[in-house]
Design a protein around this ligand. Sequence first.
Ligand SMILES: Nc1ncnc2c1ncn2[C@@H]1O[C@H](COP(=O)(O)OP(=O)(O)OP(=O)(O)O)[C@@H](O)[C@H]1O
Length: 273
Amino acid sequence: MTSTVSTSTVLDFTDVALGYGDFTVLQHINLQVAPGQVVALMGGSGSGKTTLLRAATGQIVAQAGTITAFGQDLAALNAEQLQHMRKRMGVLFQHGALFTDLNVFENVAFPLREHTKKSEIEISRLVLEKLDAVGLRAAAHLSISEISGGMARRVALARAIVLEPELILYDEPFAGLDPISLGITAQLIRDLADQLNCASIIITHDVPESFKIADHVYIVGQGKLITHGTPEQLSASTDAYVQQFLHGKPDGPIAFNYPVTPAFERWLAQKKL
Ligand SMILES: Nc1ncnc2c1ncn2[C@@H]1O[C@H](COP(=O)(O)OP(=O)(O)OP(=O)(O)O)[C@@H](O)[C@H]1O
């Protein structure tokens, strides 16, 4: 656990509602992430985790409330300002595809070549430094077809941090990893947050692994923020939803059925059943 969490806020959601068209996925979301902090965002399938991530990067605008990143209200930024702001964020998608025609080194160098005017020497230094951080310095020369799935995930992670973002968003970073790669990846996320003092949000279903590294956990469901707290606080919670979620119990308040939306009702009405 980090002890150096600053009081400033990198990302702030204040009473935010999010959705698509006339469908509201989440309401009354309050969430803050500080430099160096690792925040886990959890919730059942379709509960709105990816939607929250899209809102954090300004891909979708809030239906209500305010989202600020680095102190700037996202709704007030134009396309160019948003673009500029996104350079301060690193996003690691679950299927963060690497360029298969480039080797490991060139994959990590890509954002530096795209967004900076650094010299070749400087690029080499930074790329090898980031590959070292994920334990793959000596894999720099390999082609993507020569590395394993777990290694590919770590290369994608090195690429996501090469511009030294102040906020990193991880979309299901543990999905599909074997237990050893999973443990290594989780520890890497923690170490990077500590070393770079970057704020980190991980979307994950993995309770044990995320509880080991997170400073704060948010659980969404039923269209709202169910609860949040430190892993210790949530583990001690007696709330039925939290218990069902943390222990994967089949019975409890978490609905199995996908919720009825206005779009579904319109579609069903057309069927004249
Ligand atoms: N582009 C879109 N247009 C309309 N509805 C969408 C869109 N993307 C997602 N949704 C809906 O928003 C809700 C939340 O989806 P979201 O992808 O945020 O959930 P999630 O928590 O990330 O789920 P999972 O864990 O299964 O990936 C779902 O009901 C989904 O159908």
